[in-house]
Design a protein around this ligand. Structure first.
Ligand SMILES: *Cc1c(COP(=O)(O)O)cnc(C)c1O
Length: 514
């Protein structure tokens, strides 16, 4: 007999490729791993107060993150071990009770579990007829009620930036269309044979968040189209009269104003523009009134500070995050548009493969896809819905009230301390301040001396992992900035923060004197 090497037809059939466990034993192994992950995450969250807020990634982790992509795998257990060893302890620290940087929320244990449910079920939230879509519509409707915008249309998006950009895109299409101009068809370009298009411009104070620049550029308006208005005497809220004057001058100059942005809770200091006055102005001038309430809108849930964001309910559109003061894990934000028809008209699109029918799973069509840019969307609304079902909206308000009271306590400690200097009003949940050493006035009055000292102080504080505020510039002064959306902070944590800053300030200023 002639022997020959086995041909491919003799090879055993390959195992079916799937990402599911194959045998019962495999399922049980993964289940056990899942339970361990859950235990580890719960343990890590409970232990947070006793861990550094931040610590640098050690060399082995850095080496792991430089490795090339795996051709074959190491198995789920090993992969998890890598996460547990090299990732979990080395986050930025925003889940920690003494994290006060930028405006980053903590997340919650329940929302973490809800995210797992959302991922496990993995529904597609483009629209159509299923419970997850009904749930998202319900959460949106709840917020329209709580924010005084009942009847508004809404959409969950990744963040405040996207929510604001969607609102501005909607404003642009809607206002242009009132003037007989089809921006969806023609863009903002001047086409041959057509009347040249006046540049469309919108307004916001100098304290408006950086999304406005991105939006102006991304929507093809150009950064020049974002007209930055001076702040009023307080230095932190928009000068409403100046907005009116700029609009008038711009019209004379041949520009086409379409929108005014008011901020509920500015990122620098937590100030809120005079929203009722801006609403009046927009009504008079037939302009779209957009409110950026990234974190500040949620102040409406707290009886203590609700008044500060009054006027928000008159917005044509409102952007707010749930991953900041709503404590939801990233990413989670929402845009509301008070005229649901305008919202739909700004983004509606038709594609044969998305054709709705009046019955079955496709009933209703892709309505979420027709409220924004995303087609495939995840089930972000579930965590919000579940936390709200579990605790009620009043509890969200209690967390916000608690944060404001803790910030008021911090302000008192700063104002009472001869070595601390507050640099701006702190109406809501943000405080900007610095350390100023006692005595030796001439040394610290040199230009830049206090900035340098406080820069050094902040970097050292962050690196030691005691607490993690961030920074900003107030006027031309470097400020340590505490932005408080942390539901884990205790009153003792606020005291620790102040003590650590004063101790470090003394340590560093003595060192620099030596
Ligand atoms: C954080 C913030 C934004 C941007 O929101 P993201 O969720 O980070 O995209 C916009 N405006 C204000 C006032 C903010 O504080």
């Amino acid at each position: 007999m002639i022997s020959h090497p086995p041909s491919s037809t003799d090879a055993p059939p390959p195992e079916r490729a799937t990402f599911d466990p194959v045998s019962n034993a495999d399922w049980e192994t993964l289940r056990a791993l899942g339970h361990r992950m859950l235990d580890d995450l719960m343990d890590a969250q409970r232990a947070l107060p006793d861990t550094p807020v931040w610590q640098p990634v050690p060399a082995p982790g850095a080496a792991l993150f430089a490795q090339p992509g795996p051709t074959s795998g190491i198995g789920a257990l090993e992969a998890y071990e890598q996460f547990r060893t090299h990732v979990l302890p080395y986050g930025l620290g925003n889940w920690h009770p003494r994290f006060f940087g930028w405006v980053q929320g903590n997340g919650t244990p329940l929302a973490m579990l809800a995210d797992m449910l959302a991922s496990g079920m993995n529904p597609h939230l483009g629209g159509f007829n299923h419970a997850p879509a009904m749930l998202e519509r319900q959460v949106i409707a709840w917020f329209t009620e709580w924010f005084g915008l009942s009847g508004a249309s809404g959409l969950f998006v990744t963040g405040g930036t996207m929510a604001n950009v969607h609102a501005l895109a909607c404003a642009r299409v809607t206002v242009a269309s009132r003037l007989g101009r089809d921006v969806r068809q023609h863009g903002v370009q001047s086409w041959p044979g057509e009347q040249p298009m006046a540049p469309m411009v919108f307004y916001g104070s100098r304290e408006t968040h950086g999304w406005a620049h991105k939006a102006a550029e991304w929507l093809g308006l150009g950064d020049r189209a974002f007209r930055q208005v001076p702040t009023s005497g307080d230095g932190f809220t928009v000068d409403v009269a100046a907005v009116g004057a700029m609009i008038e001058a711009d019209r004379v100059a041949g520009l086409l104003p379409f929108c005014v942005v008011g901020t509920a809770g500015t990122v620098n200091t937590g100030a809120t523009d005079d929203l009722p006055a801006l609403a009046d102005l927009c009504a008079r001038e037939s302009l779209w009134f957009h409110v950026d309430g990234a974190f500040g809108a949620l102040a409406a849930l707290s009886p203590l500070v609700r008044n500060q964001v009054r006027g928000m309910e008159r917005a044509d559109s409102l952007a707010f995050d749930l991953h900041k003061w709503g404590s939801m894990p990233f990413e989670c934000a929402c845009v509301l548009v008070s005229d649901a028809t305008a919202h739909h008209a700004a983004f509606a699109n038709t594609a044969s493969y998305l054709t709705p029918s009046s019955r079955g799973p496709t009933a209703g069509g892709m309505y979420f896809n027709e409220r924004g840019l995303d087609l495939t969307r995840g089930f972000k609304a579930l965590k919000v819905w579940m936390q709200l079902q579990a605790d009620g909206v009043e509890h969200f308000g209690r967390v916000i009230t608690q944060n404001v009271l803790q910030v008021r306590d911090l302000v008192q400690r700063i104002d009472a301390h001869p070595e601390l200097e507050r640099l701006a009003p702190a109406p809501l949940n943000i405080v900007c301040f610095r350390y100023r050493p006692p005595g030796r006035r001439e040394q610290w009055s040199r230009p830049g001396a206090l900035d340098a000292l406080n820069r050094e102080l902040l970097a050292t504080l962050q690196e030691r992992g005691t607490a993690l505020p961030s920074s900003t510039t107030i006027g031309d002064q470097f400020a340590i900035r505490v932005a408080h959306v942390n539901h884990r902070t205790t009153d003792a944590d606020i005291a620790t923060l102040v003590d650590a800053i004063v101790a470090l300030g003394r340590e560093l200023s003595h060192a620099s004197r030596a």
